[in-house]
Design a protein around this ligand. Structure first.
Ligand code: PMT
Length: 225
């Protein structure tokens, strides 16, 4: 049984990878399946929250009672996130956003040149979506980031928490088998300014429910301050 206790809470969630075009047939991306972000969206919607799910290209149906906005590139996701952020109470950045994109998108399919055994692709930095949301000076939502790490998890996660001005960061060790990118389970370690909490390995659906409870508790604590 899930209480419908979040009817007055509006949450925007990003999920999945971004896709950065090289030419009309090629792109750069990563292994994010969207499962973690969609599980969070589903868990919050089941408790009555109003959800906007800003999704990269994934093979998942939108959960019930969730408004999905489809995006491809980091720039599109950035625009959708900024449009949504100021009329949501909470923003959760679960998407695996490409840090860089090709500096130029070729308008025609790029051709191999005879005699050339290598090609150089110049990349430029993408906007940092969660940092832009956390940096809003008016109607800034309670802002939650993720940290995908392979070593020194707490140090890197706490670095992102303060550098990106987040209220909470959810770190996952993506070097472990059976968790992180594209798996059905995950384990998270949450860090905030004056605390931390480990959520042990569990199916992403269960973890999504636990995470929503933790986020709501910290969000309410901040509101009451
Ligand atoms: O989708 P799944 O297959 O279920 O996998 C889930 C997941 C592993 C993708 C997820 O749990 C996760 O860790 N998501 C964040 C992945 C990531 O890009 O982490 P990061 O440490 O590189 O980024 C830190 C934070 O900044 C993240 O909240 C990210 O969304 C955000 N970011 C990063 C770069 C950028 N240009 N804009 C951003 O908003």
């Amino acid at each position: 049984f899930q209480p419908a206790d979040l009817c007055n809470v509006k949450i925007a969630i990003t999920a999945g990878p971004t896709r950065e075009a090289i030419d009309p047939v090629r792109y750069l991306t990563n292994h994010s399946s969207g499962k973690m972000g969609y599980a969070i969206a589903e868990a919050a919607a089941k408790r009555g929250a109003q959800i906007t799910l800003i999704s990269g290209p994934v093979n998942l149906p939108a959960p019930a009672n969730v408004a999905r906005i489809n995006t491809e590139s980091a720039e599109q996701m950035h625009q959708a996130a900024l449009e949504a952020a100021t009329n949501h109470d909470i923003f959760i950045s679960c998407a695996a956003v490409a840090d860089f994109r090709p500096a130029e998108i070729a308008s025609q399919k790029m051709k191999k040149k005879s005699g050339e055994d290598e090609m150089i692709l110049r990349l430029i930095k993408n906007p940092d979506i969660v940092a832009s949301v956390a940096g809003l000076t008016r109607q800034r939502p309670f802002t939650v980031g993720f940290a995908a790490e392979t070593q020194d998890i707490e140090q890197y996660a706490r670095g992102k928490l303060s550098r990106k001005n987040l209220d909470l960061i959810c770190a996952n060790d993506v070097s472990q088998q059976g968790q992180g990118f594209n798996s059905d389970s995950n384990a998270l370690h949450l860090f905030w300014a004056d605390g931390d909490k480990a959520l042990p390995l569990a199916p992403k659906h269960d973890l999504g429910q636990q995470l929503i409870s933790e986020i709501i508790a910290l969000y309410k604590e901040k509101l009451d301050k």
